[in-house]
Design a protein around this ligand. Sequence first.
Ligand SMILES: *[C@@H]1O[C@H](CO)[C@@H](O)[C@H](O)[C@H]1NC(C)=O
Ligand SMILES: *[C@@H]1O[C@H](CO)[C@@H](O)[C@H](O)[C@H]1NC(C)=O
Ligand SMILES: *[C@@H]1O[C@H](CO)[C@@H](O)[C@H](O)[C@H]1NC(C)=O
Ligand SMILES: *[C@@H]1O[C@H](CO)[C@@H](O)[C@H](O)[C@H]1NC(C)=O
Length: 458
Amino acid sequence: MILPDCLSAIFLTALFAGQGVAIELDITDERSIKNAAATAAYNMMSNYHGNESGQVPGKLPDTWWEGGAMFMTLIQYWFWTGDASYNEVTAQGMLWQKGRDDYFPANYSNYLGNDDQVFWGLAAITAAELNFPEKSGEPSWLSLAQGVFNTQVPRWDTSSCDGGLRWQIWPYQAGYTTKNAISNGGLFQLAARLGRYTKNQTYIDWAEKIWDWSATTPLLKTADWNIADTTTTEANCQDHGDLQWTYNYGTYLSGAGYMYNLTDGGEKWKKAIDGLLGTTVAKFFPEKYGGDIMSEISCEPNMMCDRNQDCFKGFLSSWLTFITTVAPYTREQIIPKILASAQAAAKQCSGGDSRTDCGRRWYQQDKWDGSKSLESDMSALSVFSSSMITHKKAHQAPLTAETGGTSKSNPSAGSDHKEQQPDQPKPITTGDRAGASIMTFFFACGWIASVSWLVYGG
Ligand SMILES: *[C@@H]1O[C@H](CO)[C@@H](O)[C@H](O)[C@H]1NC(C)=O
Ligand SMILES: *[C@@H]1O[C@H](CO)[C@@H](O)[C@H](O)[C@H]1NC(C)=O
Ligand SMILES: *[C@@H]1O[C@H](CO)[C@@H](O)[C@H](O)[C@H]1NC(C)=O
Ligand SMILES: *[C@@H]1O[C@H](CO)[C@@H](O)[C@H](O)[C@H]1NC(C)=O
């Protein structure tokens, strides 16, 4: 049914689209939401060729991490709308890229960051929590998420800053001396979700530990609930790269939501949700656009978002939406913002030949902003799917092993994969130190030039 729906949505849009009329979306009408989401999914997937012959399943051109993000978005799309059209292609890509059950495939592992890997882990735990169909003879979704956890935890680095995950994994990578919010927030969120799903105390303890460590650095300033993007080992993690990004707030906020739920409303986590939700709303739903429409404020005004950044609003959309299911007291604050953002995004999806390609500035609704990308389609898809929250009544909350989640646990997945850990730091010789500072100099200049304190695409 969905393909005809989807085609008819495109057809109708083409028919009725005067200049700037876009994806039709009536958020009071379940069918309309499903049509809008199906159109965005179709447009997004027209950029994906990994399932065609001679191509690599799960791999998008010039980026590895975005594949995980895309499948996570498609799993959520299936969950909210019931459209299984992309389930096969999702399972195929998720399993092809699994590496040794740890999302560290040899083709890309020489230049991955912890944040790249964790997005695939988050896709896998999402599949587990939503009972996304498993493939027989293949590792379970839960075990793949555990494999990511088990390979990241040994990278916890106490040689500087008293802890924290580095951004990049290997010493020769630019960004090795950076510890960033998305890597640490990503593992925090993954640990919290594994903890809630399995009730295994190891995950819960790690989530606490990562949160508490983050709060000793500018990556999580609990005094004013501000999240810096980066900090560096050179400054003992007290300096701060302050670009403000939706997904950094989203990842810590989401993890806090799961911790709140598994501690049955624990005070620490209630404070965390309230604090981070407060700054998230104040920053990323600017009053000047009405206060309810999400904006990637650090790059939208000058249209300088890169492909990574165009994905971020989608993550914040889905993470905020799921928080309302594990911390239901947040519903009234969050849901109107998801619905308003979805409506705004639909109006912005009026580009390209189809007049349904999505631009990035959801707040700019009078005309298409001229940009289009798989990433903007992905963000729009995420906020459309999320707006099903007011219609899908049964089974909204992520499942756990106790509440019907059927994905099988393998707590030792990914253990002892020693080839994935950087060597212990060797004593620094004068020659090394000179070399290192030259490298740092080049890297720092490169960063400033490209304004990319960002996820490194694999
Ligand atoms: C690849 O997946 C798309 C769905 O995104 C599907 O329409 C297409 O038929 C698939 N192609 C192959 C060769 O399986
Ligand atoms: C690794 O690269 C080879 C050669 O291009 C390809 O056939 C294979 O599918 C790739 N594997 C993954 C997991 O991307
Ligand atoms: C935890 O999540 C469940 C849904 O799985 C919800 O019913 C319950 O109210 C949540 N707990 C708290 C303390 O909000
Ligand atoms: C809990 O997780 C830890 C770490 O992965 C593992 O060693 C342990 O076996 C797990 N315990 C159970 C009961 O699954």
